[in-house]
Write a protein that binds this ligand. Structure first.
Ligand code: T46
Length: 183
């Protein structure tokens, strides 16, 4: 397993060990002890799985407020995404900064998103399936969002005209949501 640190403290990109042979491949997509050894939590309580049929589907930017803030371990099992995280930890030296990652069924890369980050992705292939573990249950009461194209963040998404849920088209900008953040 290879670990690549993000410029945003705490976020990590993981490349699991891949065992290929004439039949195909095998990999351990999660290992509680191995992931804990690189500083990732191993107290996940929920697995999520989404399918996005078209290219340009953008889900995000989402986060949950404390006490239901979620860390996420994200991977793609079909297709490909541009995944973006935004540091929204109050007082963080990189508050409001973002980083993007290509996660795909092909590269098998996994992204660890600590709590205190807003998270979203945009599909760059049709029929993309994203599967991710979270270490806190879904809580509609604490579910929040930041507008995907907030100019104060300036994420360089692969499209300027994404396919959004109604909810994702109406989130506030970072600075309007800012007083929510207590991580
Ligand atoms: C997140 C979630 C949603 N739901 C229900 C609520 C809605 O009726 C339906 C669709 O939810 P939503 O439109 O929020 O799904 P996404 O837009 O894929 O949301 C996710 O998108 C970005 C990428 C994230 O990082 C979050 O994990 C998550 O917010 O599933 C549940 O029942 N449990 C859940 O954990």
């Amino acid at each position: 397993m290879k670990v690549i640190e993000s410029k945003l403290q705490g976020a990590k990109l993981i490349e699991p060990s891949l065992f290929e042979d004439h039949r195909g491949f095998f990999m351990e997509s999660y290992h509680a002890e191995g992931y804990a050894a690189i500083g990732l939590p191993n107290t996940y309580v929920q697995d999520n799985h989404s399918l996005s049929i078209q290219v340009g589907v953008l889900r995000g930017l989402h986060y949950q407020l404390n006490p239901k803030a979620q860390s996420k371990l994200v991977r793609v099992t079909a297709g490909s995404i541009f995944d973006a995280i935004v540091d929204i930890r109050k007082g963080s030296p990189t508050f409001g900064q973002w980083e993007g990652f290509e996660l795909s069924a092909e590269n098998k890369r996994q992204l660890f998103v600590p709590s205190g980050f807003a998270h979203g992705f945009c599909t760059v292939a049709p029929n993309t399936e994203v599967q991710y573990k979270v270490d806190n249950f879904f809580s509609p009461e604490q579910d929040r969002g930041i507008l995907w194209n907030d100019p104060t963040i300036g994420i360089e998404w692969p499209t300027n005209a994404p396919i959004l849920s109604d909810k994702d088209s109406r989130h506030p900008g970072l600075l309007n949501a800012h007083n929510n953040f207590v991580y």
